[in-house]
Write a protein that binds this ligand. Structure first.
Ligand code: MEV
Length: 313
């Protein structure tokens, strides 16, 4: 056992397929290097302690909003017979509750830190074994896409119950990510869609299948390097996501602003009802311009990511 264990996890972006992925449709997502979480763990003197921007204090007093962390730690302690008390430090640059996978990333970073502390190899399969249990507590009925994307290193095509495969996002285009600054409500949105599914099963299922088809079209557009078509798929997906009640005025405003300023397509990303939106830009110059415009329009923060394998910025 080492004296200190450390683990890192990036955030994630869902390009296409949020919400419909919960109902078995495919989704495209990638680990987002623009943001990340570093966790370190070591022995402590008196009591187990958590140090983070959202809570610092004894583990026994951690608030209910941190149940994913406390449940995860319980599983890890039980499995590894970790010596208690311990001191866990979490440094995050992922804005919480913005659809960037901060809860899955916290879980992946902590799990990796514990594996490192215990000097055991943290394979993706082993990490997911622990993280999925914690995510089920945090999200209610997660599809598993967040944890799977974040515990890997590459963009993936994911389908619940089937699994994932690496998927190269090799396209001559740039993705701008903008944070509305408003907390998203993934858990609530997932729950409300489940209610819609009960109340209007035919229509809601049809919308899910349409979202799935759009993801498949987007996949083809990426393979053929056709940014215009991908942008179109994003716009259509946003229309359906709005009908499902997952957008809100903050997202709509930034999406509209992006479309009025030469974005090829724009949509929410993640759980929605706040959180982040993404916009597709033809090249880096127009992406950087979009970043400035979105900030002027009220975005809290923006990032830019090259979608070509050789275009990371
Ligand atoms: C959240 O990042 C993505 C959702 O599809 C929920 C899930 O897949 O668990 C909204």
């Amino acid at each position: 056992m080492k004296s200190i264990g450390s683990g890192y996890a990036s955030g994630k972006i869902i390009l296409m397929g949020e919400h419909s992925v919960v109902y078995g449709e495919p989704a495209i997502a990638f680990p987002f290097s623009g943001t990340g979480i570093q966790a370190t763990i070591q022995a402590n003197d008196l009591e187990s302690w958590i140090e983070s921007s959202f809570f610092h204090g004894p583990l026994s007093k951690a608030p209910n909003t941190m149940r994913n962390v406390t449940v995860l730690l319980w599983y890890l302690v039980k499995h590894f017979k970790i010596p208690e008390p311990f001191y866990l430090k979490i440094d995050s640059s992922i804005p919480a509750e913005r659809g960037m996978g901060s809860s899955a990333a916290v879980a992946v970073a902590i799990t990796r830190a514990v594996f490192d502390w215990m000097e055991e190899a943290a394979t993706q399969e082993k990490v997911l074994h622990f993280v999925n249990q914690a995510e089920a507590v945090a999200h209610g009925n997660p599809s598993g896409i967040d944890a799977t994307t974040i515990s890997g290193t590459e963009p993936i095509l994911y389908q619940k119950g089937i699994g994932f495969r690496p998927f190269q996002l090799n396209m001559d285009a740039f993705l701008v990510v903008a944070d509305t600054g408003v907390k998203g409500q993934t858990r609530k949105a997932v729950k409300d869609i489940a209610k819609l599914m009960e109340m209007r099963p035919y229509e809601t299922n049809k919308q899910m299948r349409s979202l799935g088809k759009l993801t498949a079209q987007a996949q083809q557009a990426i393979l053929k390097n056709r940014p215009q078509i991908l942008g179109d798929c994003m716009n259509q997906a946003q229309g359906l996501l709005r009908l499902l009640g997952t957008s809100n005025s903050h997202l709509d405003h930034l999406i509209q602003t992006a479309l009025e300023n030469q974005a090829l397509g724009a949509k929410l990303t993640g759980g929605g009802r706040g959180g982040c939106m993404i916009a597709l830009a033809e090249n880096e110059t127009s992406g950087r311009r979009l970043q400035r415009i979105l900030l002027d329009a009220g975005a809290r923060n923006t990032w830019i990511e090259g979608l070509g394998v050789y275009a990371h910025v």
